[in-house]
Design a binder for this molecule. Structure first.
Ligand code: HEC
Length: 152
């Protein structure tokens, strides 16, 4: 488990991206109402194909590290720390899925091990060069939402 965490943290460290881009909602400006972020984070509609790649990419979403997903049975390792994501779009609305990705702590408990992929609320002692950066970009979140919406 601790080796997993070390690997995961290393991936988070290299995957942080800057976000100051025009037409994009900054992480501090995302509005959550009733567990839902209804306004897309970018003007560009999410692309499910790109989202699928972000999901599987070990240096980006790395979602498979914690979640099994039958839609990706061609991938070798599926983690079991989080729930299986089959049918996730039937359990959560698109706005709620966006919230879970932006900041899982806003939906689950503060103790959740799921990272907040588009938030600056990442705890204390953040490495100096990563302060003010998010793990994924706003567009990557939108692409992921579009992909998760296909998992009915
Ligand atoms: C370090 C482990 C970890 C990673 C990485 C992770 N998650 Fe999670 N995720 C969890 C856990 C654990 C939960 C269950 C909530 C809880 O109990 O904290 C969860 C819950 C969810 C849920 C709600 C599922 C349901 O059926 O209710 C969705 C959707 C989700 N994650 C999507 C993602 C996506 C997409 C990614 C990649 C961008 C991702 N997660 C990365 C651990 C993780």
């Amino acid at each position: 488990m601790s080796r997993f965490l070390t690997t995961f943290c290393a991936f988070v460290a290299v995957a942080f991206v800057p976000f100051a881009i025009a037409g994009v909602t900054a992480p501090g400006d995302v509005v959550i109402t009733a567990l839902s972020v209804d306004k897309p984070l970018t003007d560009e509609a999410g692309n499910a194909e790109s989202g699928k790649k972000v999901f599987a990419n070990r240096k980006q979403g790395n979602c498979l590290a914690c979640h099994a997903n039958s839609d990706m049975s061609d991938q070798l390792f599926h983690g079991e720390v989080g729930p299986k994501l089959d049918g996730v779009a039937s359990r959560w609305s698109e706005g709620q899925l966006r919230t879970i990705l932006v900041n899982a702590k806003a939906v689950f408990t503060k103790q959740t091990v799921m990272p907040g992929f588009y938030t600056l609320d990442v705890g204390e002692d953040v490495r100096k060069d990563l302060v003010g950066k998010t793990i994924l970009s706003a567009q990557q979140i939108e692409d992921l939402v579009a992909y998760l919406a296909t998992l009915k």
